[in-house]
Design a protein around this ligand. Sequence first.
Ligand code: GRF
Length: 197
Amino acid sequence: MRKIRLAVMISGRGSNMEAIIKECRKRTAVSEVVLVIADRKDTRGIEIAQRHGIPCEVIPFINRFQFCASASKAVTEHHADLVVLAGLMRILDSTFVNNHATLNIHPSLLPDFPGLHPHRQALAAGVSMSGCTVHWVIPEVDAGPMVAQMTVPVFSNDTEDSLAARILVKEHLLYPLAINIISATILAVWDVALNDR
Ligand code: GRF
């Protein structure tokens, strides 16, 4: 069966990437990770991807134009259908996001607390609930159409670390689930298009 080919982009520890790889290894998976792109070498994420035998490309960030052009070339060469940002600490330009359907996960209930330090922002705002959001990527940071959210409680004695850890558990559930639903939908649309010919 044709699967949706994913290119995952990371900057660091890659725990969301690992959750996605594990989901893709299930017998019922509708997507597969065909490429991991990192903006730096020696990340834990690269180590994990290599351990799983997934091709990795390290594209050091020199400037946004060069980074996005190289990443776009790699995505195209690996015939990826969907780009998945999993902790990439770079902003992609409009050429990239217009050419490649791209998802991101952000550890807050968007539209609240976009950008840097979302857990710190949530604690400072005194909210009683936070969570994570999967959304489509547009050139504006953390502002694209939302796909799915999961919530967690915020406790009065929470620190940034304790809140981040509670949300991360949900991220590892939500991101693979959202990717499955989107991949299954794309496959169904392709099927209908083929049968209509
Ligand atoms: C996650 O909290 C994700 O929501 C954010 O960056 C962090 C990446 O963590 N965009 P990891 O590299 O997936 O462990």
